[in-house]
Design a protein around this ligand. Sequence first.
Ligand SMILES: NC(=O)C1=CN([C@@H]2O[C@H](COP(=O)(O)OP(=O)(O)OC[C@H]3O[C@@H](n4cnc5c(N)ncnc54)[C@H](O)[C@@H]3O)[C@@H](O)[C@H]2O)[C@@H](O)CC1
Ligand SMILES: [K+]
Length: 511
Amino acid sequence: MTAEKSRKNAALLTPEEMAAADRLTIAAGVPGIVLMERAGQAVARAALKLGAPGGAVLVLCGPGNNGGDGFIAARCLAAAGYRVETRLLKAAEALKGDALEAFGRMDMAALPLLKDDRIADDAAEALTRADLIIDALFGAGLDRPLQGGAAELVEAVNRSGKPLLAVDLPSGLNGADGAVPGVAIKARATVTFFRQKPGHLLYPGRALCGEITVADIGIEASVFDQIAPDTFINGPDLWLEAWPRPDPAGHKYSRGHVIVFGGPVTATGAARLSAGAALRAGAGLVTLASPPDAVMVNACHLTAVMLKKLAGVEAIADLLADRRLNAVLIGPGFGVGDKTRAAVTEILKAGRATVLDADALTSFATCPDALFAAIKDNPEPVILTPHDGEFARLFPGLEGGKLCRARNAAAKSGAVVVLKGPDTVIAAPDGRTAINRNAPPWLATAGSGDVLAGIAAGLLAQGVPGFEAASQAVWLHGEAGREAGPGLSAEDLASALKPAIRTLVEKTGQG
Ligand SMILES: NC(=O)C1=CN([C@@H]2O[C@H](COP(=O)(O)OP(=O)(O)OC[C@H]3O[C@@H](n4cnc5c(N)ncnc54)[C@H](O)[C@@H]3O)[C@@H](O)[C@H]2O)[C@@H](O)CC1
Ligand SMILES: [K+]
């Protein structure tokens, strides 16, 4: 598969982009009702997996095309022998277009769910009778928080404890950013169409979707020629082409040399974790530079990582006169304050691919613009790896959803921003973003971020561009977390990278 095709597989579409994909497909000659038939049939197939044969299925249909998918699914499930009851949020007279056509094709009565904006008594009874509920209330067209009767209904459906299958998105969830501006359905499974949306991967939305199925409804990937999405699922489909391929005739010096700047004798561990991870990520050489009194402590713990004495910030420029040191990492355990600011400024001046983490970020909380100016003067890629607290300190004015905050931060700083969390977002200054989904919860542990920063530095040293290095690092970190499993500590992560790296090497045909 070509890299371009793989990237299209990894694309995420906002509700607006998805509507454009629908429009382009319809304009190319596939009627909207045909897309809706395929969508509804995919929902029915998913329902067959969730509900006992012949059971009672309640299909809740909203006023738009999401409801239309529900009508098709209802017809298919009735034909398959299920006892199907369809209910409408609004009167059938309000239906139009493809949804109206789908309603007619269903040829089944559909009572209203609400009476005077309250749940109708007989609708409450229908919830009790159902073995499976299909949520076709609102999908990509949600444009405001659910209120009144609709909100009450969603809460009653969630309270029912019945298995819930959401059509496209759990109703109430914003597909663009994963936000839930009011209440939302908590689904056991969700069927979406063509490609996922950012809201399926970003919290809190991600926790509401259950198991997600992406159904092919006949939209061709050629729509991407006009839609050009810039948000992706983080994984090999997005960046395998940029995975470093060592020259079989090369040597360690051709695989880059990372220098990690470590902290004082009382805080040496973080930088050691980073240095070890940089080596595992494939850098040919890694040096840990630390204050003289910390060198012995580091020496007691390290074998393959080399050591260097750093007398003070003034010594950084001399050290970096050696151009073979081609990637720098500073922050983990380095300490917060003037000295760190001066060190980071020297490093950025030296024009190296750089990862700034932890204390290197916090030290600029009082003067972020100075940092951004220095980043922009550095011709090599810079990666920032803040968690939410560090992000808020460095980008105090940026608000909104995680995707939007990360994207704006990358544009503002000129760096690739890795906004960490269970749904880490990686954003490049050129607007590309990736959302990560493979991190297990036990990855949130002391020292885990130091390892992530180290992996990123190791990849930069091998010449991987900034956005790809950051995205690869986040994905590898997640895979290592899965490999090490529950009960892991950060020390386990570097060696747990090996199976994921092996997989990538095999995928790139080097194995
Ligand atoms: N041809 C197409 O466009 C296709 C669309 N599909 C389905 O169509 C859906 C999108 O359809 P629509 O664009 O009609 O949107 P929806 O059906 O998601 O909802 C739109 C309707 O809900 C109302 N609404 C929005 N937010 C509300 C709120 N908070 N409270 C009360 N009412 C609210 C709007 O005024 C509008 O009447 C997708 O999610 C998907 O399920 C699929 O059938 C595939 C093909
Ligand atoms: K829905």
